[in-house]
Design a protein. Structure first.
Length: 187
């Protein structure tokens, strides 16, 4: 089975994914590939595989991706087939942390094997505040992300469930309930 997490940037998706991974030993994170540079303390092979645009295009030609998107102009993200094979080979469920388009693509690809979760901010204003607070992007990049978020929020109803991350403890509880209902008790 696979769990797909998507959200506008700054919604707290990665925080919820990390929480869930710490609570269940039957889950494993699928590391995506991207052409963007690392932010903050991100490291190659942990949060993402950071590769050049030329390398990414070569992997596209090799059909190495289950899905990929040009999320921001010149910035690609993709789900590697090898990651899914690696995780499923261990008998674990795959956890994806992907952009909204990628999430919908994965939901279409995996069908009933997937639970697609959309993490929503309580408001666009709160989203902007969070992006400013994490201090990893320029003001222009923040405004680009906020503008994109307004469109991404329109896609929320296409996901299996929407979790509003207004208070972290509530969002964590709602997430655990959804995942337990889908996968069962911790393996």
């Amino acid at each position: 089975m696979v769990l797909i997490f998507s959200a506008p940037s700054g919604s707290g998706k990665s925080t919820l994914v990390q929480y869930l991974l710490s609570r269940r030993n039957d889950l494993e994170f699928s590391i995506s590939a991207t052409t963007r540079p690392p932010r903050g303390k991100e490291q190659h092979g942990q949060e993402y595989y950071f590769i050049s645009e030329a390398e990414f295009r070569e992997l596209i030609e090799q059909k190495a991706f289950v899905e990929y998107e040009n999320v921001y102009q010149g910035t690609y993200y993709g789900t590697l087939r090898s990651e899914i094979d690696r995780i499923e080979g261990k008998g674990h469920h795959v956890v994806f942390d992907v952009d909204v388009k990628g999430g919908l693509n994965l939901k279409r690809i995996f069908g009933d094997r997937a639970l697609a979760i959309f993490v929503a901010p309580p408001s666009v204003e709160e989203l902007r505040r969070r992006l400013v607070g994490r201090a990893t992007d320029t003001p222009e990049k923040i405004e680009e992300r906020v503008a994109k978020a307004k469109f991404e929020l329109e896609d929320a109803p296409q996901f299996d469930t929407v979790i509003v991350n207004d208070r972290l403890e509530h969002a964590q509880k709602a997430l655990e309930e959804q995942v337990e209902s889908f996968l069962g008790k911790e393996a």
